[in-house]
Design a protein around this ligand. Structure first.
Ligand SMILES: [Zn+2]
Length: 254
């Protein structure tokens, strides 16, 4: 039972060469749960696994996180085995925003007869959800408007910050079991993202030592953050995770 986190991309919204800021939690070498669905990220996913995702958690609906949904719709809808079975875990307050961004286009197929959501199994989530018998936790982060952006925790294994300003109070609670912490960080902070000086000011050394930073502007910025002593994720990098410690159930396999 091995677990890993693969960074499909590590760039900010402008850093196309570094890929969409998204990742896959792998289990026993197979993709288990994908975090977000950016355009370049979906291409990286297909290049890596030879297919498109079966299960996606959506952190928020900025386009570098949801631009791949039209392609995922086509892939799922026109495949009888996949239609209506690609699981989308979406925080309740994000559902209306996702619908406006990607679900509400008039006539998703030119010939009609289909709804965007027909391709998917939408699972609306609150503070936690179950995926293949494993419980994951969801927590609000600080990215633009309240309750529009969320992080994800697989207890004991990984906490994914999503796009956010520093959130030490959240990580004290949702990364308190020695998780690897994948954290938004660029060289320069701004009102919606963490900068390296913010990171160094807001988190203690022990917490920073568990972090891998992603969502930066350029390879050069990544090198500069590395030179400051931080672990900076590379596009495509896959890191081993500890065995999850949270609740499990054998009730059903999703
Ligand atoms: Zn964002």
């Amino acid at each position: 039972m091995s677990w890993a986190l693969r960074f499909l991309g590590v760039g900010n919204a402008s850093a196309v060469k570094l890929g969409s800021p998204m990742a896959v939690i792998e289990h026993d070498g197979q993709p288990w749960l994908t975090i977000d669905c950016g355009g370049e990220g979906l291409t990286a996913y297909r290049d890596c696994y030879g297919a498109l995702p079966d299960a996606v958690f959506v952190t928020h609906v900025h386009l570098d996180h949801v631009a791949g949904f039209e392609r995922l719709f086509v892939d799922a809808f026109f495949n009888r085995a996949r239609r209506g079975k690609v699981r989308l875990y979406v925080p309740a307050t994000v559902v209306p925003l996702l619908h406006k961004r990607v679900g509400d286009y008039p006539n998703v197929l030119a010939e009609g007869g289909a709804n965007f959501w027909d391709a998917f199994q939408l699972i609306v989530v609150g503070d936690a959800f179950w995926h293949q018998g494993v419980r994951l936790e969801v927590f609000p982060v600080r990215h633009h408007w309240p309750e529009t952006a969320y992080g994800l925790r697989l207890q004991g294994a990984v906490t994914w910050s999503g796009d956010t300003r520093p959130i030490p109070e959240m990580l004290a609670r949702f990364a308190g079991d020695n998780e690897l912490i994948a954290h938004d960080c660029g060289l320069h902070g701004n009102p919606s993202h963490t900068g390296v000086e913010d990171l160094e000011r807001e988190y203690d050394a022990a917490t920073r030592a568990r972090m891998m930073l992603y969502h930066y502007a350029s390879t050069a910025d990544g090198e500069t953050m590395r030179a400051r002593g931080h672990r900076v994720a590379m596009p495509g990098e896959c890191v081993a995770l500890a065995e999850p410690t949270g609740p499990r159930a054998e009730l059903f396999e999703g």
